[in-house]
Structures are given as C-alpha cells and as structure tokens.
Design a protein. Structure first.
Length: 340
C-alpha cells in the first residue's frame, strides 16, 4: 500500500485542528509575546529559569518533532520508501550522518559550532518559509529570490539576531560544548569575543540588509502583509531583548517544532480516526531512543559536565547532530515529488 502524497492528503481530508491556520499562529505568537512581556516585567525571576524551556524541549515538542523522520519517505509515497530494504538503508544512513555530525564536535568543535549555526539558520528559515507559503498563501514576487530572501530572513531572526545581541552566550555555548567533549582548546572562546569586531560589524550589516529586503518583499509577496510584518516584528523584538537561552528555548519547541508537527499531522493516514493520538504514538519510539542517546552522552561526558549550562550545551550538540539528517530530509520533502 502506498500513502498519498502530502498534497493529496490536503485534498482528501479536511484540515485537522492542529493544521488549521489559527493554532499554528496563536500558539507561536502567544508563547513569544508572553515571554517578551514577562521578561520586560520580571527579568530577575526569569533569569533563574534561563535554561528550563530548552531542557523541557527534550520531551515536549523539541526532540519529538523529528521523531517521524523514519516514516516520512513511506508516507510521502516515494517509491523507494515502499521497499523495506531501501528504508533500512535510509535509516542506517540517517543514523550514520548524525553520528558523524556528533563526532565532529569532538574532533573540530569550532567547525561543528559554526556549522550548527549556519544549518539552524537555513533549517528554521526553511520551516517558516513552508508555513508562510502553505498556510498563509505567500507568493513569490521575485520568484526564487523571494523564497531565498524569506528563508534567510526568517532563519536569521532566531539565530543571527541573538548571536549579535548576546554574543557572550554563544561564546559560552561553544566553550561549554568544548568542555563537555574534553576539548580544552575550545575554551579559549570564553576569553575573548566569539566574533572579531570587523566580522561582527559585517554580519550585522548583512543581517540588516537581508531584513530590509525581506520587508520590501513582504509588501509584494504576502497575501496578509500586516500579519507577516507583525510576526516579523514580534520575532525581532524577542530575539533582540530576551537572552538567547530563554528566547531560543521557547522558539524551538513552541514555534519551529510546533509548526513542523502540524505538517506531520497532515501525513497521518487518512483512515486514522484520531490523527493527533496516532501521531503521538508514532513519535514515541524514536523520541525515547533520542532521550536514551542524550542519557548515554551525558554519562560519557559526566566528568566534564559541571553545571546546567554545560549540560545544555551538550544537549544542543546532540540536537545539532540530529538536525543535519533531519534538515536534509525536510529539504528533500520539497525537492523530490511523490510517486503517483
């Protein structure tokens, strides 16, 4: 049996509750807006909870949002996804790629760090681009250029903007991963700026130009420009004002992962009477495997993990390793058509 393609599911079954535009907008918007307000009113109280949202994402939406990757090729109707042997090779390649990415943190932590920053920027931007085009009906006024500008802008907001606003935290993150993996040379990032002044200024200029180009494109490409501008403003203010561990810790599960799970809900079998429950059960096995990997990684690195910040850095290293094959799969979901 072959599952219908993602587009076919849109036609065959009415949109589920989670896939309707309202929850996909309200939950991300309200979570960041509430965070922004609470930070402005009670910064000292939230400082004590700086890493809590990020750590909660291990079980709430964050890790689970990629836990259906082993079933996606089959449910998209790709021909090779219907063959058990091919699927087995795909899963093995997926695991190998994640293991190689994790090993990169041990061998070349700085390269792994900057690779993670770039990959997260592209992957999160791609997730928002898909949402804007499929849910809000965004057009491409400049063709591929509109898509590229949108992807880069929406990826820069949760990654490069906090990097520019809170460079010291990113420096501690790089240092923390290096410490957890026993790479003493990585600790040198904590003694000086992560980016030299010219690079910092140049990156700020590039991000500014991208955002200005994106705003101009919104006015021509968006079907709901005021909504998209408001969303962009909310993202910009949050990542400029709220410290990076807290803002990213909320954005990752309640914005990026939430919207991707809405997309995955669309891939549930049309005959499923309870798609949300079915999706939750489908996500559980791989989520538990990922948590076991995190536990094993912690036991291995325990002598070097001395505080919550270092553990959070270790967790982000695992997320980085899993993001590489996950991001490639999500990109392939756009490029490879499903078989008829």
């Amino acid at each position: 049996m072959k599952w219908p393609s993602e587009r076919a599911l849109v036609r065959l079954r009415p949109r589920s509750v989670l896939w309707s535009p309202l929850p996909l907008t309200v939950v991300p918007w309200s979570s960041l807006a509430l965070l922004l307000v609470l930070w402005l009113l009670f910064p000292q109280s939230l400082t004590r909870l700086m890493y809590l949202p990020l750590l909660v994402s291990t079980v709430l939406l964050g890790i689970p949002h990629g836990a259906l990757d082993h079933l996606v090729p089959t449910r998209l109707g790709w021909r090779w996804g219907q063959r058990l042997g091919a699927v087995g090779l795909y899963i093995a390649a997926y695991a190998l790629l994640a293991a190689l990415a994790l090993g990169l943190w041990w061998l070349w932590p700085r390269a792994a760090f900057w690779g993670f920053v770039l990959l997260s920027c592209l992957h999160w931007g791609h997730g928002d681009l898909h949402y804007l085009e499929t849910v809000q009906g965004r057009r491409r006024w400049l063709g591929g250029w509109s898509a590229a500008i949108t992807l880069l802008a929406r990826g820069s907001l949760p990654i490069l903007v906090p990097l520019l606003a809170f460079p010291e935290w990113f420096g501690r993150l790089a240092s923390g991963v290096g410490q957890a993996f026993g790479q003493a040379e990585a600790l040198t990032t904590a003694t000086g700026p992560l980016l030299s002044p010219p690079v910092f200024s140049g990156l700020g200029l590039v991000v500014g130009v991208i955002l200005l180009a994106y705003i101009a494109d919104i006015l021509r490409s968006s079907r709901v420009p005021l909504t998209e501008l408001a969303e962009t403003t909310l993202l910009l203010l949050t990542f400029l004002l709220v410290p990076a561990p807290l803002s990213i810790g909320i954005y990752f599960p309640l914005w990026h992962a939430w919207r991707h799970l809405g997309r995955l809900l669309h891939l549930q079998p049309a005959a499923s009477g309870r798609p949300v429950l079915r999706l939750s059960l489908d996500l559980l096995p791989i989520s538990l495997v990922a948590l076991a990997l995190l536990g094993g990684l912690y036991l291995w690195a325990a002598p070097q993990v001395h505080n919550l910040e270092t553990f959070a850095a270790l967790y982000l290293a695992l997320i980085a390793a899993l993001t590489l094959p996950h991001a490639l799969l999500v990109a392939a979901m756009e490029l490879k058509p499903a078989s008829p």
